[in-house]
Design a protein around this ligand. Structure first.
Ligand SMILES: [Zn+2]
Length: 172
């Protein structure tokens, strides 16, 4: 098989899986999670699929694949992400791994918190509780990420809005 058609084990991603499971996904402590890179990213509904997580199928297990879950990453996508983005992507995929269901005796997968179009949020706002929750978190993260300068500017703007002029940065 030509080199550029081969799927390869992604060691960096597997290392990230180990770290992230320890940090955020303790219910996956016992899970074996393999990370593979494929040479071309898939396209679904006209969008590039960055990565997917699937649980191993009986077919895969019959072929002696040891993993409980497999994360498949689009090679070209992985190449253009920086380390922080790669980590976020792997953390995202791990969210799809819902853990072991003792009753069903099977590893399970989970869907996204919300499936929504930004245009719908623009037109209808937080029209469902899951969207509302998502927006609350997004808002909190945004406030959190504001730099001091932005926070000061926001404060000055707010005060200006109510007719108070605040002078910033003047030593007295
Ligand atoms: Zn996803």
């Amino acid at each position: 098989m030509a080199e550029d058609k081969q799927w390869t084990v992604n060691d960096e991603a597997e290392q990230m899986v180990n770290d992230l499971v320890r940090q955020y996904h303790r219910h996956l402590d016992r899970a074996h999670i393999a990370c593979l890179t494929k040479p071309k990213a898939s396209v679904k509904h006209g969008k590039t699929v960055w990565a997917t997580l699937q649980k191993t199928t009986p077919l895969m297990r019959a072929l002696d694949i040891e993993a409980d879950y497999v994360i498949v990453i689009g090679g070209p996508v992985w190449e253009r992400l920086n380390t922080k983005e790669r980590r976020a992507l792997i953390d995202h995929e791990l969210m799809h791994a819902a853990g072991y269901d003792d009753e069903a005796e099977a590893w399970t997968v989970a869907g996204h918190d919300i499936e929504e179009f930004s245009a719908i949020i623009q037109r209808h706002g937080a029209w469902r509780s899951d969207v509302e929750r998502f927006l609350e978190v997004a808002q909190a993260v945004k406030l959190n990420q504001m730099t001091i300068d932005e926070a000061v500017k926001a404060h000055v703007d707010t005060m200006k809005g109510i007719g108070v002029t605040v002078e910033v940065g003047k030593a007295t």
